[in-house]
Design a protein around this ligand. Structure first.
Ligand code: IVH
Length: 702
């Protein structure tokens, strides 16, 4: 979360300011404005908060040194705009999320658990549409809207009161019906969303604006991919007047803190009360008395979801009886009295224009579908992976076919298969190319015993680029600003031919790349320089040795202490380490036996890359040989952070549950399939407290 920052310069002596300093300050301010706009305005940041803070810190330092360059418009001086973000709001009643049911059996399992918890008394289910928007809590005191906050992490959200006041359908002042009193406190929770019609209008206007920008020689602005992003971006505007120009809507569906409201017996009564106060209540809410009817309700809405003027991604089933809710209560992450039934991945037909092949860093050739663009789950899809040769054969998709594509939530789109009834006559089956798409036209070979086809020429520029992208990625050397686009640009100019060349890049060279101004070039050089002191395990991962993942790299770094010791080790010595097995030592020795690889090591050495940094790997090695799967967001950890906590202790953190799993860590919004698989296999399921104990002791909580 970006903090606001204002500093008081007090009295500082005045001196003349070199032009270069003014220039740097203005570049820094432009960069801050640009990243602020991406972060707050467009909800699509390009850099991490830490990198943003670093730019800001540089500007503050300059302004402290040269107070004459400060003016009221500097982002360091503007509170509530510029660098400012929204104030935090602690929810008095937490805004928990919901557990998900991905299919009928998971819904039934939830129903059975609820029935058991209520000693099998009859239940009524209040079924609501699951609106694909942004959760909001609006607080009224004595009928006045006093605060509105986003959900945030469920405990602390962001204060978006000024913006919410601009949403027409949300009452700003409540009026009591005759003979009743207004509640002292009323927190209304619901979903802010942009209707599909409003989104299309907004997007078209943005596209037209961009055409004009391009004509004027300006860079086009990003256009939100779907109503959800457009709604979220509109609500989180730093300037409420901008929010006012966007057509936002709201459905109320739940109460937060309340004081002085009537005693409702059911959820429907509470919704009725909200309706009477002027809140929009979704008209499709229905109370049903059996799960069979609930399933029908879900199926009906899944089939008709596109008939609505807003996007939904499922159905929320809640117990209607509030006393029953009380009895069931909450788990640490969600209520036991409600479940979100998620719709199956959305499917659409489109034309398969072509099948092309992409080359990965190990030379693996992956076929992918080039599609006539189609809107799927709110975003436009024009490409989809086809995985490998066998998948293409198995699916028998051919360029010219109409194919079914699908996408579940944020998941990568996939081609399900051809619509045979629509296949044109004499359409030829696709043949896997025998040569690589690169200029070297090297051979593509199907490796025996593998389903993969590979380009076997290590000089292939596609492989080379991917190796560099991997080296710079988060899990490896984490070089901020060295993404795909920059790597391609560097490679086009032949400034880098391998990962070793990164350390001899100069400002001069970077300034020759399109779109690289002095500031971004300097930032990249700083990031590359900073990567020289990464832990040995990260460096090992960055080399891209086949089969060598973060857990084995960590064990090797810990045991050998330096890259030179690993290079000198025999495969036997390497395989003595727990969890490393036999394949990895072989691949490591092969890798270092290659002259071109040793030339890279030489470049690293000359540039001063640290070969023996094991400082960050001093976590206790108490999870060696244990596979701990994580699902959902574990409080206090990012997704990568939770996995890293496991691998840095010598453990593994695979993506799915199997009989070999040591434990499943469950955070907020877990994947239900992992949960039910773990239950089925009797794998211990732990929450955050248990996870912390596991990390500390290597043992499961008793
Ligand atoms: S009730 C304690 N009802 O779904 C219950 N949530 O995955 C709180 N959502 O964060 C939520 N439509 O943003 C509820 N009719 C509905 C909903 C709904 C959409 C969202 C909400 C929540 C998320 C949970």
């Amino acid at each position: 979360m970006r903090r606001r920052l204002a500093h008081d310069f007090g009295k500082v002596s005045v001196m003349s300011v070199p032009e270069k300093i003014r220039q740097t300050a203005s570049e820094l301010r432009a960069a801050i404005a640009h990243h602020n706009d991406l972060y707050h305005g467009k909800d699509s940041p390009e850099i991490s908060d830490a990198a943003f803070d670093e730019i800001l810190r540089k500007l503050v330092e300059l302004e402290i040194k040269y107070p004459e360059i400060v003016d009221d418009a500097s982002p360091t001086q503007i509170i509530g705009a510029g660098t400012a973000t929204f104030d935090p709001v602690t929810h008095r009643v937490p805004m928990t999320s919901l557990d998900n049911a991905m299919d009928v059996s998971e819904l039934q399992a939830w129903g059975e658990r609820a029935a058991k918890g209520l000693n099998n008394v009859a239940m009524q289910f209040a079924c609501e549409l699951k609106i694909d928007g942004l959760a909001l809590s609006i607080r009224y005191e004595n009928g006045e809207l006093v605060q509105a906050a986003t959900r945030g992490d469920g405990k602390v959200g962001e204060d978006v009161t000024a913006n919410v006041r601009t949403i027409g359908v949300i009452p700003k002042k409540l009026s009591a019906k005759s003979g009743t009193k207004l509640p002292t406190v009323l927190e209304v929770r619901g979903e802010v969303y942009m209707s599909i019609a409003a989104f299309e209008k907004f997007r078209d206007a943005k596209l037209r604006e961009n055409e004009k920008r391009v004509q004027d020689g300006k860079k086009p602005e990003s256009v939100p991919a779907n109503p959800r992003n457009a709604g979220a971006g509109s609500l989180r505007q730093k300037n409420a007047q901008v929010t006012a120009t966007r057509e936002l809507s709201f459905w109320a569906y739940q109460l937060g803190e309340v004081v002085g409201v009537p005693n409702f017996a059911t959820h429907l009564q509470a919704l009725e009360f909200l309706r009477s106060l002027g809140f929009p209540i979704n008209p499709e809410v229905k109370t049903l008395s059996s799960l069979t009817e609930v399933v029908e309700f879900c199926q009906q809405w899944e089939a008709n979801r596109h008939g609505l003027n807003y996007e939904i991604d499922g159905v929320v089933v809640k117990l209607d009886d509030l006393a029953q809710r009380e009895q069931l209560g909450f788990t640490s992450r969600a209520p036991r009295w409600a479940i979100a039934v998620k719709f199956a991945p959305e499917e659409r037909n489109t034309l398969l224009k072509d099948i092309s092949v992409s080359i990965g860093r190990t030379g693996r050739a992956t076929p992918f579908a080039v599609l006539e663009p189609v809107v799927l789950s709110g975003s436009t899809v024009s490409m989809a992976t086809l995985h490998n040769r066998e998948q293409v054969q198995l699916k028998d998709v051919r360029p010219g076919d109409t194919v079914v594509v699908r996408k579940a939530g944020d998941v990568i789109p996939e081609v399900v298969g051809p619509v045979l009834a629509l296949r044109p006559k004499n359409l030829k089956a696709w043949k896997f190319p025998t040569t690589c798409v690169c200029d070297l036209k090297s051979k593509l070979v199907q490796v025996e015993g593998e389903s993969d086809t590979r380009c076997v020429e290590p000089e292939c520029p596609f492989q080379r680029d991917q190796r560099i992208i991997h080296f710079a990625s988060r899990g490896a050397m984490d070089i901020e600003g060295l993404g795909e686009k920059t790597v391609f640009a560097l490679s086009d100019k032949n400034f880098v031919t391998d990962i070793g060349d990164l350390y001899s890049l100069t400002l001069e060279k970077l300034l020759q790349l399109d779109g690289f101004a002095e500031l971004s070039a300097k930032n990249l050089l700083t990031a590359i320089n900073g990567s020289k002191s990464r832990p040995l395990a990260k460096l090992l991962v960055g080399l891209g040795i086949k089969n060598l993942g973060p857990a084995a790299a960590e064990s090797l770094a810990r045991r050998f202490g330096s890259l030179d010791a690993i290079i000198a080790a025999t495969p036997e010595q390497l395989s003595e380490i727990d969890g490393v097995g036999e394949v990895i030592p072989k691949k490591i020795t092969e890798w270092f036996a290659d002259k071109t690889h040793m030339a890279i090591i030489k470049k690293f050495r000359a540039a001063g890359v640290e070969f023996g940094n094991v400082a960050l790997s001093n976590a206790p090695q108490n999870l060696v040989g244990k596979a701990v799967v994580v699902t959902g967001t574990v409080e206090g950890f990012s997704r990568e952070g939770a996995q890293e906590a496991i691998t840095s202790r010598g453990g593994k953190s695979p993506g799915s549950v199997s009989a070999k799993t040591y434990a499943l860590v469950v955070g907020a919004e877990p994947g239900v399939s992992k949960l039910s698989k773990a239950q089925e296999l009797g794998i211990p399921i732990i929450e955050v407290a248990g996870f912390l104990k596991l990390l500390e002791t290597g043992e499961l909580p008793g």
